[in-house]
Design a binder for this molecule. Structure first.
Ligand code: HEC
Ligand code: HEC
Length: 303
């Protein structure tokens, strides 16, 4: 707050309190006896007259008390411009105190799971309920509320993992984040080259393609792509290079989508969550994610 407004508000507040007290004193001074006949001159219903009598004592007393209360309040609490009050109270401090209190309570809940192996939590209903809450609050925006993902955001409920599905790997993914880097290869391959290699990529998952283009694409794949996607196109979890043979697509599996992936590159970014929500919550949400993919294993059995 600028000094001008601080002074302005302080002056206005004090002036209005002084004015109120002055009004009280002036009204209280008139004695009841002096003004027995002192009517306001208003008369209704022929004989109903309004007297101009002083306010009752008890009422004045109460009013004075409220003025004293206001004065006391302004001394102890912030109210006069930028003056902070002698108690040093501020809404910000109150919020921080509430938050700290809340975190203490939550910490007590989370600490029960802290020393138990992740594998245990996957089958603990209470841990899974907490993990699901963490997921809804932090992950659903990208991975969908059912964790089935969307274009560019992997489905977390299937058996297909970019970075591997071991409990520790999933935990690391969430704690530290991941950065997928598929380089743009349009310039290196040319339009014809992109078309060829895209046809070859689609043939890997058994799609109908132009055999001549795919054949030409295979040679290119074996020189440029195998470093990351492997000689059979089955991917590499160390760098998050997707398996190109399973017909599960992060960025879409139409010829145009695949061509776009190759030509322009892709760079999916999974944020690191340890700095945001802490390790306790990450372990719980990792357990929930693992439980989803295992549940999918049991019930869906995709080809
Ligand atoms: C801002 C969007 C975003 C949010 C929020 C997000 N993720 Fe991700 N996540 C991604 C992207 C994008 C990838 C894929 C990275 C890549 O393409 O290499 C990913 C990948 C993953 C993977 C690896 C999947 C695999 O196949 O290996 C896991 C596990 C995961 N996320 C879990 C989570 C959890 C749990 C949360 C919440 C704590 C979360 N994500 C929040 C965008 C997000
Ligand atoms: C430097 C390593 C690297 C090279 C070389 C590379 N890729 Fe990739 N590729 C990746 C990574 C990593 C991803 C995943 C990107 C992401 O997660 O955002 C990817 C993604 C893709 C996708 C998208 C897959 C999907 O599920 O949507 C296609 C298609 C693809 N690459 C094809 C190719 C082809 C064809 C070549 C060779 C011409 C190639 N890549 C070369 C690392 C590489």
């Amino acid at each position: 707050m600028s000094t001008f407004w601080s002074v302005f508000i302080t002056t206005l507040t004090i002036l209005s309190i002084v004015a109120i007290v002055w009004l009280l004193i002036v009204t209280a001074r008139t004695k009841a006896s002096e003004i027995q006949e002192n009517t306001t001159g208003h008369t209704w219903d022929e004989d109903l007259t309004e007297y101009n009598n002083p306010l009752p004592r008890w009422w004045l007393g109460l009013f004075l008390l409220t003025v004293l209360f206001a004065a006391g309040y302004l001394v102890f609490y912030p109210g006069l411009g930028s003056n902070t009050g002698t108690l040093g109270w501020s809404s910000g401090k109150e919020v921080s105190a509430d938050l700290a209190e809340n975190n203490r309570k939550l910490d007590a809940v989370f600490s029960r799971f802290r020393d138990r192996p992740l594998e245990d939590l996957v089958s603990d209903p209470q841990a899974l309920t907490l993990g699901h809450n963490v997921f809804v609050n932090n992950c659903a925006a990208c991975h969908g509320s059912d964790a089935r993902g969307a274009k560019g955001y992997p489905n977390l409920t299937d058996e297909d993992w970019l970075y591997g599905g071991q409990p520790d790997t999933v935990l690391t993914t969430i704690l530290k984040g991941r950065q997928g880097v598929m380089p743009p290869l349009g310039a290196a391959l040319g339009d014809q080259g992109v078309d060829e290699v895209a046809n070859y990529v689609l043939s890997l998952s058994g799609q109908k393609v132009d055999p001549a283009l795919a054949q030409a694409g295979k040679a290119r794949f074996m020189t440029i792509c195998i470093a990351c996607h492997g000689p059979e196109g089955k991917g590499n979890p160390i760098m998050g290079a997707p398996n190109l043979t399973d017909n599960i697509w992060l960025y879409g599996g139409s010829l145009d989508d695949v061509k776009a992936s190759i030509k322009n590159g892709r760079s999916g970014q999974m944020p690191a969550w340890e700095p945001v929500i802490g390790k306790d919550r990450v372990r719980l949400v990792a357990a929930w994610v693992l439980a989803q993919s295992r549940h999918a294993d049991e019930t869906e059995h995709k080809p």
